[in-house]
Write a protein that binds this ligand. Structure first.
Ligand SMILES: NC(=O)c1ccc[n+]([C@@H]2O[C@H](COP(=O)([O-])OP(=O)(O)OC[C@H]3O[C@@H](n4cnc5c(N)ncnc54)[C@H](OP(=O)(O)O)[C@@H]3O)[C@@H](O)[C@H]2O)c1
Length: 261
């Protein structure tokens, strides 16, 4: 038997072009740095131009390759434009990290139709739009690729006041498996990371409350995660190190979802 697994080569993203949605902050910003550190040229995408330009500039200053392109995943035309722009300026995108997301924390009985539909449009349909445009272009070019969707353990457990967010995140887990199954023969893999609680702009308000502190204290680690702790899972699923992994939803939560209640 030949023991020829080259660790550096398997995890390398040299020559790959990676698009990260939600790259303006939190996990997406971390992912942009991680992918660039592994050798990818990174397209940092989200709505806040100043923030994504800063992230791209930081990556370039650290010796990596990155550009910023504005994107609203809630708008089909914007999704098409970001891929067109990327292909024209950088090349064919062959790694997609869907990290854009919003949270609507409120009692179920208070939610209006507009807020409900907006969350579905951004967190669920937005992810589908990105995967669809990514896959169409790769299929047309006859090239392989990998998708990493950022879902949530909220889609695996029931939590208070996130009825829409939690339901949508459960749907993104299923969307990941559906897309993986349809793209099997195209050599495009689709996996997901389901983070537990991490300190970001999205969660910091809640985590500062007594209820939030109690949640952090109830976790197996007695602390929430640092976004750096998602990098290993991201690199695995984005790179050829996971060439035999497809349609998987990987919780990165220090064991939160298997905790006995
Ligand atoms: N923090 C946690 O504990 C946690 C746990 C599980 C899962 N998650 C998921 O992780 C992902 C990243 O969240 P985060 O915690 O890193 O929070 P965050 O810092 O608030 O990041 C969310 C990002 O999504 C972008 N975004 C929002 N709406 C968008 C749109 N319509 N089009 C394009 N980009 C959009 C935002 O940038 P712009 O405002 O510039 O568009 C922002 O950079 C989300 O999908 C979230 O649901 C978070």
């Amino acid at each position: 038997m030949a023991f020829d697994f080259n660790v550096a080569e398997a995890f390398s993203l040299k020559g790959r072009i990676a698009l990260v949605t939600g790259a303006a902050s939190g996990m997406g910003e971390q992912f942009a740095h991680t992918l660039a550190g592994a050798g990818a040229t990174v397209i940092c995408a989200s709505r806040r131009k100043d923030r994504i330009e800063k992230v791209a500039a930081d990556i370039v200053a650290a010796g990596g390759q990155a550009v910023a392109i504005e994107l609203d995943v809630g708008d089909s035309d914007s999704v098409k434009r970001v891929f067109e722009h990327a292909q024209r300026e950088v090349g064919l995108v062959d790694v997609l990290v869907n990290c854009a997301g919003q949270l609507d924390f409120m009692p179920f009985t208070d939610i209006g139709d507009e807020a409900w539909n907006n969350l579905i449009n951004v967190n669920f349909t937005g992810m589908m739009r990105m995967c669809r445009e990514f896959a169409r272009r790769l299929i047309e070019a006859g090239k392989p690729g990998s998708i990493v969707n950022i879902t949530s353990t909220t889609g695996m457990q029931v939590m208070q006041y996130v009825s829409c967010y939690g339901s949508v995140k459960a749907a993104t887990n299923q969307l990941t498996r559906q897309i993986a199954a349809e793209l099997l023969d195209k050599n495009i893999r689709c996996n997901a990371i389901a983070p537990g609680y991490f300190m970001t702009e999205m969660s910091e308000g809640f985590l500062a409350t007594d209820a939030g502190k109690a949640v952090a204290d109830s976790l197996p680690t007695r602390r929430v995660g640092n976004v750096r702790e998602l990098s290993g899972a991201l690199l695995l699923l984005a790179s050829e190190a996971s060439s035999f992994i497809n349609g998987v939803v990987l919780p990165v939560d220090a064991g939160q979802v298997i905790q006995l209640k």
